[in-house]
Ligand binder design. Structure first.
Ligand code: GLU
Length: 317
């Protein structure tokens, strides 16, 4: 079976340079190996997801020449997620919870005050059958959490090297909200397994998600993809770049006249020990690209550097 990678943005805002790094890495890995690249739109949050942003995401990728071979949208897969939810429920791997957001906030505050980590205390897991029935009769809506095992999850990360995460240090993640909305973890694992994703490259902010996802994959009985977590980009002042703040959006870079190949060149080596080279096509870039050369330290993104490469490209043409 060939390599299949994916880029899975939520259509809730414009893409920024950090997102493009993820997209590009996945695209280049597929291209380098003659594999395929999937664009998956993570739009289970119907309220925040907008067709407008999906169109903008596609426009940004097209501008950069990052072409997808396959396309999927999570909102069309809800029935499948419901099936998986049923399977987990039958195995008692998922349990209903009734705390409100305020109650949870309060619990967290108390734990922090006592110098404890703010991990969900599983109160709802201790509710009696009678109480659960009563809550149902009263029409209380549950959100559902995934029951994490008290085990350590280990994997050999394509970028970070050997990783070990103790699941007992994490809160049981919510898989389904009170309103029935499927959250990212279940949906993402379900898709990665069903579509046969072989490599998942994403930001290091997903490291703990990966640990819970590996437990879920083990329960569902799928093949664990190769995981790689790249460092996050920081700006010159050391702040994380955030999509929601719209900083360094691709849209802005495009309208400011930046050459798309400047961004592709910069992103394919920034934060790696591969020395920068000015290459003229994504084919050449994919041949030169080497995921194993990237490091774990936060990577500084400087607009000046990007402008410089862009003017070089313009001069050459
Ligand atoms: N929709 C998720 C995000 O944008 C996808 C993360 C992943 O690649 O699994 O963070």
């Amino acid at each position: 079976m060939g390599i299949l990678t994916r880029f899975a943005p939520s259509p809730t805002g414009y893409l920024h340079v950090g997102n493009i790094r993820t997209a590009l890495f996945n695209f280049l890995i597929a291209k380098k190996s003659g594999g395929k690249f999937l664009l998956r739109i993570d739009d289970t949050d119907l309220e925040r997801s907008k067709q407008f942003y999906e169109d903008e995401i596609k426009r940004d990728l097209e501008w950069l020449g990052i072409e997808w071979d396959l396309f999927e949208r999570q909102s069309t897969r809800i029935d499948r997620y419901k099936e998986v939810f049923k399977t987990l429920k039958l195995q008692n791997k998922i349990y209903p919870c009734f705390e409100t957001k305020n109650e949870l906030d309060l619990k967290r505050k108390k734990q922090l005050n006592m110098g404890k980590p703010p991990i969900y205390d599983r109160s709802s897991l201790k509710l009696s059958k009678e109480r659960l029935k009563q809550l149902e009769v009263e029409g209380e809506k549950a959100h559902w959490r995934f029951l994490l095992d008290s085990i350590k999850i280990k994997w050999d990360d394509k970028i970070m090297g050997k990783i070990c995460i103790d699941l007992s240090s994490l809160s049981d993640p919510v898989f389904i909200k009170e309103d029935g909305q499927f959250l990212y973890t279940l949906a993402s694992v379900c898709d990665d397994l069903d579509f046969g994703i072989t490599h998942v490259i994403r930001g290091s902010d997903h490291l703990t998600n990966t640990a819970t996802q590996i437990q879920l994959i083990n329960i569902l009985g799928g093949k664990i993809p190769s995981f790689g977590h790249h460092s996050l980009l920081i700006d010159v002042s050391g702040e994380n770049l955030s999509k929601r703040l719209g900083s360094m959006s691709i849209r802005d870079l495009r309208s400011s006249g930046i050459e798309p190949m400047a961004l592709n060149n910069l992103m394919s080596t920034l934060g790696s020990s591969n020395s920068p080279k000015l290459l003229h096509s994504l084919n050449e870039i994919s041949e030169y690209f080497d995921i194993s050369k990237f490091g774990a330290a936060p990577t500084k993104f400087d607009l000046k550097g990007l402008n410089l490469i862009s003017s070089k490209i313009l001069k050459d043409t």
